[in-house]
Design a protein around this ligand. Structure first.
Ligand SMILES: Cc1cc2nc3c(=O)[nH]c(=O)nc-3n(C[C@H](O)[C@H](O)[C@H](O)COP(=O)(O)OP(=O)(O)OC[C@H]3O[C@@H](n4cnc5c(N)ncnc54)[C@H](O)[C@@H]3O)c2cc1C
Length: 512
């Protein structure tokens, strides 16, 4: 008997994925409404753990720990609304359609509610569920404006950010932007749920991804621990909302001048919460509109710069849906298929470990390795250094970021890496090569950020902190890796020569 023929239709199922919140959750609200309208007896809720899929997607252990903590908080929140929650343990996405078919039959489920996800494997998984007859209803909430609703006059996705953002604001300005509240309880409070743990999380056998063999990158060893604690990041919807509100009340008006300085607490730091859906983009835009109601229409609004960053997030998600090959690691600009990347493994490892001899690059990488997060200006600096100074394929860096970021997000990460490498949609031109020394002088003028993450350089004067460690520098490109002076390595490349080399090698992008 198929699900739709069973006639019992007594229950609905809420399937939480990258939307781990109860507030402003369209899918969850729709599920609760459906239960009330259909006098159904119950709403059940699940989260499906898929460890081998996660390994294939290179999810960072710290992000998984953050997800696990939020799944537990979700279970508690749902219990207080009278909704029973179950953590389901499968292996990969391919197991889901069969599991859900059985689950729906067993529990007489008439509708399954979930939020849509833009990544290709997630879309294929949902399509397979629908083809298996699962009554899946998807809502679009990973963006404020769903992919496909911000198009140019020919009805296509924009390939340049500025007109996209203009159109995005035009469309958004016509809509009421009001977050949904937490739905009313559906029944009496349930007993306190037991702690839930993801099982079989082992990252030692992370398979090759995006055509890069793990043996080439040596990345396997870097994520051999089961889960890395995310405790330094406070969990919960309340915490995410507090961070957002604090930022909007106290910092957003200075964001334009502060956002590029990693030693200043000038950005919102909400990305870990947005990435797993503890916070929705609508909550962010609504909070901004409350303080600056003119922000959509007035270019001079003090909230405009931050709004633009939220629109970049939407731009990259829309691109991922319009160009599904991006999820598979393809260059947006196919001319980049001809770049002869050097892919020197030792230099890559020096970059990963923060041992390039360029203090700003190394401090940034250590921030990532120690906290699971990196300031945006530094993401641009280290990505440029890897792809242009070292001529290492951007996919190696993208993958390392994904394996270490608590805010890992395929669309933003892919977009940021391809932008930095010069092969993305509306990317930084290949000939714009960040000078790590002037970036350092400009954005960490007193060296406060560098000293925080490179305490071994505490006694260095400011001037020296911005320079690569190039005393006794050997001939070009032959600097010994990890040779140290005062416990700090010599520069692995010399800036001017690396710049000249990058201009020649990346010149193939000129033809695009
Ligand atoms: C190479 C590279 C890789 C990146 N990888 C990721 C990633 O995996 N996950 C991720 O969330 N962001 C990524 N970013 C974008 C950006 O660096 C982070 O979103 C930002 O640093 C998060 O800090 P915040 O929350 O304080 O941001 P804020 O400056 O306060 O901005 C608010 C929100 O807007 C979004 N946002 C801001 N800048 C961007 C941007 N350039 N592109 C897309 N969305 C943006 C984020 O959701 C962010 O939380 C990457 C950027 C680069 C250059």
């Amino acid at each position: 008997m198929s699900i739709n023929q069973c006639g019992l239709d007594k229950q609905a199922l809420m399937w939480f994925r990258q939307d781990l919140r109860l507030t402003d959750n369209q899918a969850f609200t729709a599920a609760c409404d459906w239960v009330r309208q259909h006098h159904a007896t119950k709403l059940k809720a699940i989260y499906i753990a898929t460890p081998s899929q996660w390994r294939r997607h290179d999810i960072a252990p710290i992000q998984l720990d953050f997800i696990q903590r939020h799944v537990n908080l979700l279970a508690q929140g749902l219990a207080s609304l009278g909704v029973e929650f179950e953590l389901i343990q499968l292996d990969s996405f391919k197991d889901i359609p069969a599991f859900l078919t059985g689950y729906c039959e067993e529990h007489s489920i008439g509708r399954v509610f979930a939020g849509r996800e833009p990544e290709i494997n997630e879309q294929k998984r949902d399509q397979a569920c629908i083809e298996a007859g699962i009554p899946l209803v998807l809502s679009d909430e990973h963006c404020l404006l769903p992919p496909g609703t911000v198009l140019n006059l020919s009805g296509d996705m924009y390939r340049v950010f500025t007109p996209f953002s203009r159109k995005w604001r035009e469309v958004a300005a016509k809509q009421p932007i009001v977050p949904l509240g937490v739905p009313a309880p559906l029944g009496p409070i349930l007993s306190e749920p037991k702690p839930l743990f993801f099982k079989n999380i082992g990252f030692a056998d992370s398979p090759a991804n995006k055509g890069i063999a793990p043996s080439e990158t040596g990345l396997n060893q870097t994520i051999s621990t089961p889960l890395i604690s995310s405790e330094q990041w406070a969990a919960g919807e309340g915490q995410a909302k507090r961070l957002l509100n604090q930022f909007i009340q106290q910092k957003v008006q200075d964001y334009k001048q502060d956002r590029d300085f990693p030693a200043i607490d000038g950005t919102s730091v909400i990305s870990p919460y947005l990435a797993i859906g503890v916070l929705s983009p609508r909550q962010c835009v609504a909070a901004l509109l409350q303080r600056f109601p003119e922000v959509m229409v007035d270019d001079t609004s003090p909230g405009r710069t931050w709004l633009n960053e939220l629109i970049w997030r939407e731009f990259y998600r829309h691109l991922l849906v319009a160009f599904p090959d991006l999820s598979k690691g393809h260059n947006f600009n196919r001319q980049a298929d001809h770049v002869p990347w050097r892919n020197n493994r030792d230099e890559f490892l020096a970059w990963c470990e923060g041992k390039t001899g360029y203090p700003i690059v190394d401090a940034a990488m250590r921030q990532l390795n120690q906290t699971g997060w990196m300031h945006n200006r530094l993401r641009m600096v280290v990505a440029s250094f890897l792809t242009k100074h070292l001529l290492i394929d951007w996919r190696w860096g993208e993958r390392y970021f994904r394996q270490h970021l608590i805010d890992g997000d395929l669309a933003a990460n892919n977009g940021g890496w391809q932008w930095s490498a010069g092969c993305g949609c509306d990317a930084q031109p290949y000939f714009r090569i960040f000078n790590p020394m002037s970036q350092s002088e400009k954005f960490d003028p007193d060296g406060r950020f560098i000293r925080k993450y490179l305490p071994e350089l505490a006694s260095w004067g400011v001037k020296r902190l911005h320079q690569p460690n190039q005393q006794k520098m050997p001939s070009l490109f032959e600097a010994p890796l990890f040779a140290s002076q005062a416990d700090y390595p010599y520069a692995i490349v010399e800036h001017n020569a690396a710049r000249a080399r990058a201009l020649t090698v990346l010149g193939v992008l000129k033809k695009a």
